[in-house]
Design a protein around this ligand. Structure first.
Ligand SMILES: NC(=O)c1ccc[n+]([C@@H]2O[C@H](COP(=O)([O-])OP(=O)(O)OC[C@H]3O[C@@H](n4cnc5c(N)ncnc54)[C@H](O)[C@@H]3O)[C@@H](O)[C@H]2O)c1
Length: 331
């Protein structure tokens, strides 16, 4: 049975082909699944998808009509999948519920330090033989406060690094993590965390109740000199409200690996096209903002684990086994 994988990056392709080869033929496509590309899946019982694939009602209906019965999503987050519609259509959906949390936590720290210490501007200057320090002043993080919204696997890994920097740790989560408490993290209401933190990092999933968790009110309650990092999902932040605050000259730095309208942009080369997203266009003009293209997970270690678990999910489906990665059918 041929498995069809959508949204495959060039570096990921050989890893997928090597893992699946002993089991099932796999065809990889660099295009993302959406209403235009869904017909390619016709005749494929099992497909695999990535974060910016559209698995909304229309696409799922098209997949079901073409004979698709299983979707193996190659990510932890599944906010791109309409699980109710998948359940109604009898499509099994599995995800990769965990892989190296260090990949994302270390990248969140990369963004935090890059904006704090003005690394991008410094690099641009030295390439131009401009060796002045004006405008490159950062701040020690030792002794300052890190506020972590979401203290699950990635939030905990982020907290361990913050602990290594000698930071005071504040956390907010629906469920407390004892390992974070052992690091000395104190759970506080979101409002208190935002008001007190020098560095705010987001690690909750995108759900209806977490959409625009960082809205205009939340942004206004943050310190003027705070650093904000979002390496979770773009929809957690009201980007238009963030642009308003940045325009007012607020925040030491903002590092965004995700953006709420990233689908159709991130992972693609748009360099020769006219950008029609004015919010993103404005965002990247601020000297204290660093935007990356959803690459936090993109380490050889994490991608190898993602591919291996995706293969396991496919083999479990074929064998009729149920694992903790299955989202639909619900247990
Ligand atoms: N940028 C990337 O490349 C990348 C890669 C992997 C994951 N992610 C994102 O990181 C997120 C976190 O991943 P994880 O592995 O740490 O997940 P996790 O499930 O281990 O942790 C999520 C935490 O959020 C908390 N939470 C969930 N809903 C909440 C709510 N409504 N209010 C308060 N807390 C809530 C949970 O209790 C949990 O502690 C994922 O959902 C995904 O969106 C991004």
């Amino acid at each position: 049975m041929e498995i069809l994988a959508f949204g495959v990056q060039a570096d990921e392709k050989p890893l997928i082909e090597r893992a699946f080869a002993p089991h099932h033929p796999v065809r990889t496509l660099d295009v993302f699944l959406n209403t235009d590309t869904a017909p390619i899946a016709a005749g494929h019982e099992i497909i695999s998808t990535s974060v910016n694939c559209d698995l909304g009602a229309d696409v799922l209906s098209g997949l079901a009509a073409g004979g698709t019965r299983m979707v193996a999503q190659r990510s932890t987050g599944f906010n791109n999948v309409d699980l109710d519609v998948a359940a109604r259509l009898g499509i099994t959906v599995a995800r990769v519920s965990s892989y190296s949390p260090y990949s994302v936590a270390e990248f969140a720290w990369t963004l935090a330090m890059a904006v704090n210490r003005r690394i991008v501007r410094a690099s641009t200057r030295t390439r131009d033989f401009d060796f002045r320090l004006d405008g490159l002043m950062g701040r020690d993080l030792h002794g300052r406060t890190a506020g972590i919204l979401g203290t699950g696997k990635i939030g905990e890994a982020f907290a361990r690094i913050a602990h290594g920097f000698g930071m005071r740790l504040l956390g907010w989560d629906a469920a407390e993590n004892p390992a974070c408490r052992e690091l000395g993290l104190t759970y506080v209401p979101k409002e208190e965390l935002l008001a007190e933190s020098d560095l705010v990092s987001l690690h909750v999933p995108l759900l209806p109740e977490t959409r625009h968790l960082i809205d205009a009110t939340a942004l206004k309650s943050m310190r003027d000199d705070a650093i904000l990092v979002n390496s979770s999902r773009g929809g957690l932040v009201d980007t238009a409200a963030l642009v308003d605050e940045l325009r007012a000259g607020r925040f030491t730095g903002v590092g965004l690996d995700v953006y709420e309208a990233e689908a159709g942009l991130f992972f693609l080369d748009k360099s020769l096209e006219a950008v029609d997203d004015d919010t993103l266009a404005r965002l990247v003009t601020f000297p204290n903002v660093l935007v990356t293209s959803h690459q936090a997970y993109y380490t050889a270690d994490a991608v190898t684990q993602i591919v291996s678990t995706t293969l396991d999910n496919v083999l479990d489906y074929i064998a009729g086994r149920r694992s903790g990665n299955v989202l639909v059918p619900r247990s």
